[in-house]
Ligand binder design. Structure first.
Ligand code: MG
Length: 180
């Protein structure tokens, strides 16, 4: 299989159930297949970075401290399972006054590339939204649309000019395919 510099992961709808503006750790649940799939890819020598839009912060629906708690939990779960997580990048911007950090803006990816010396054209972006796919394409990454979360809707919105490299039922099936 191809070895990526880094596999970028969207969070909600990709790794965990997207119940909308998750404001408390008690509402955060990985899909049952997420951790095993990440372990599998990790054993093949891959490392990960989570890139997430969290406009709930700017909307006043999510407190930063609560968001940090969720991300501490994620870091801990990765570490416990020996999955290499470079970092978690968060954009709290409201879409109406978003900086270039908010996906499909490239800001968070450029930060990661600089901080961890990554060649983005040798990376993979995995996500369930149109914006995840668009930013991946913009940066010359391979893209994987997963059909969990908003994935099915996203697939119907993506035109013929924006075909993801892979379209897979979920992250587990996607990673299995990459390991063939
Ligand atoms: Mg998502």
């Amino acid at each position: 299989m191809r070895n990526y510099d880094c596999i970028f992961l969207d969070r909600d709808g990709t790794l965990n159930y997207d119940t909308g503006y998750i404001a408390d750790l008690s509402k955060f649940n990985f899909y049952p297949f997420t951790i095993p799939a990440l372990i599998h890819m990790s054993k093949k020598g891959n490392k990960f970075c989570i890139i997430t839009n969290q406009s709930g912060v700017d909307r006043g629906l999510i407190q930063i401290g609560k968001l940090d708690e969720i991300h501490e939990y994620i870091r801990h779960e990765f570490e416990k399972n020996e999955i290499v997580l470079l970092d978690i990048y968060v954009c709290p911007d409201h879409p109406n006054k978003a900086s270039n950090r908010r996906k499909p803006g490239t800001g968070m990816f450029l930060e990661a590339a600089e901080q961890y010396n990554l060649s983005l054209n040798n990376c993979l972006m995995v996500g369930d939204s149109v914006d995840d796919m668009l930013v991946g394409m913009k940066l010359g990454m391979e893209t994987m649309l997963v059909l969990t979360g908003r994935g099915k809707k996203s697939l119907s919105k993506l035109g013929a000019n924006h075909k993801p490299t892979y379209v897979k039922k979920n992250i587990s099936e996607g990673f299995e395919q990459l390991c063939l």
